[in-house]
Design a protein. Structure first.
Length: 155
């Protein structure tokens, strides 16, 4: 009996998509490259957070002043980030289209979070503005690759 998770995700990406994708090596290479690039980027921040959480927060000029702050950054950026990396590695080798859905969600939600900040707190600084463009671009790329995977699935 399939689990709820497999039922839920299979509604987004079927196993037929994965089998037909083998006929399009350039698309498969693009998927590997994109998912791999995103995975390495997230892995970098995760490892950095485990080693020295203050270095992560220095990117946005925030000083960690107590062990709870260090623990929180290590847990969120390090621990949760590593969990995301593990899932992306799995998706890269077992279900690339689902990995693209996952990345589309991640990058879109990052960008939406920055837009909420603009509307609630005001203009972003240079760091936030640059990352809004980067995250939006990555979200769009993941959706384009997902569209191409769906399109060629039906070819």
């Amino acid at each position: 009996m399939p689990s709820f998770g497999s039922f839920f995700w299979s509604s987004f990406v079927s196993h037929k998509t994965i089998k037909k994708m083998k006929n399009y090596p350039i698309l498969k290479f693009a998927n590997y490259t994109f998912i791999g690039f995103c995975t390495l980027s997230l892995l970098y921040v995760s490892v950095l957070a485990f080693i020295n959480p203050q270095l992560v927060m220095d990117l946005v000029a925030v000083e960690l002043k107590n062990t709870d702050a260090y623990s929180s950054i290590r847990g969120i950026y390090g621990g949760v980030g590593l969990a995301v990396v593990i899932m992306l590695v799995y998706f890269m080798f077992k279900n690339q289209p689902l990995g693209l859905v996952f990345l589309g969600l991640i990058w879109s939600l990052y960008a939406i979070s920055r837009l909420i900040t603009i509307f609630v707190e005001g203009t972003l600084g240079n760091f936030g503005s640059q990352w809004l463009v980067t995250e939006s671009t990555l979200a769009i790329l993941s959706l384009i690759l997902l569209y191409l995977n769906k399109k060629f699935k039906n070819a």
